[in-house]
Design a protein around this ligand. Structure first.
Ligand code: SF4
Ligand code: SF4
Ligand code: FES
Length: 236
């Protein structure tokens, strides 16, 4: 039985949706629980719009993260009806009468729908996201790199990766895709370091090729394909 956290009554012609949100404040709550809200959903309203209404009108203590609202900053990632998505890019009316919102997996939880993305950023730093300088002081390959690396660091693929879930040392789809793009720029002074990192435990040969990383990427990046390229380049 649903116990709503608000008392919105159905009006004529208004589409009402039930939103179920996983709540947990580590250090304060004993266990995770779900809060239910019944809210109006207009055409073209996104999940982020609905969350903002819930925050402003019904539940001030609700935590979630967003910034740009236009699919560019990558900060509003969450699990929406069992699938990793950006809340600002997901129309509520495509989700049916019931919407379940949960935080991304494989990241430490800060509160409710907000996770700490530091884990994947630290792994990203490990693969030496650095460039060589040309003789004239310009940075070699940077414009090509930016063109081919439209990653938002939203973490959707990282949350989806089943290997990260069971093996926290796995570098994961974001870093390994980036490693491929950096290597694809041509020979550079960090290549040997990256090869060492990629061919050890937690590297490219630990990917189990489930392919779920590319399936959720809002930028149509396919990290698995990039990992396969690196596996071919540095095959054992
Ligand atoms: S293909 Fe590899 S990196 Fe992508 S989700 Fe599967 S195991 Fe993770
Ligand atoms: S590869 Fe795609 S899903 Fe993964 S962090 Fe980058 S933009 Fe997000
Ligand atoms: S708020 Fe920036 S991507 Fe959704």
């Amino acid at each position: 039985m649903k116990a709503y956290n608000n008392d919105l009554i159905a009006g004529g012609g208004i589409n009402l949706v039930d939103v179920k949100i996983r709540r947990f404040h580590p250090g304060k709550d004993q266990h995770p629980y779900y809060s239910w809200f019944r809210v109006e959903s207009a055409a073209n309203q996104t999940v982020l719009d609905i969350l903002t209404v819930i925050l402003q009108e019904h539940e001030l203590s609700l935590s979630f993260r967003f910034s740009c609202r236009t699919g560019l900053c990558g900060s509003c990632g969450m699990i929406i009806n069992d699938e990793e998505k950006l809340a600002c890019q997901t129309l509520a009316n495509t989700l049916g009468q019931e919407i379940t919102l949960e935080p991304l997996k494989n990241y430490p939880l800060i509160k409710d729908l907000t996770v700490d993305l530091t884990t994947s950023y630290s792994k990203y730093k490990k693969i030496a996201p650095a460039f060589a300088k040309n003789h004239d002081g310009s940075i070699s390959g940077i414009s090509r790199y930016l063109k081919h690396f439209p990653c938002l660091h939203c973490g959707l693929c990282y949350s989806k990766c089943k290997v990260v879930a069971i093996q926290p040392s796995f570098l994961g789809p974001i870093s390994l895709h980036q490693m491929y793009v950096l290597e694809d720029l041509g020979k550079n002074p960090f290549s040997n370091y990256r090869k060492q990192m990629a061919t050890h435990e937690g590297g490219i040969f630990d990917c189990m090729s489930f392919g779920c990383c590319g399936a959720v990427c809002p930028q149509s990046i396919n990290p698995m394909e990039s990992i396969h390229h690196l596996q071919h380049k540095w095959k054992k």
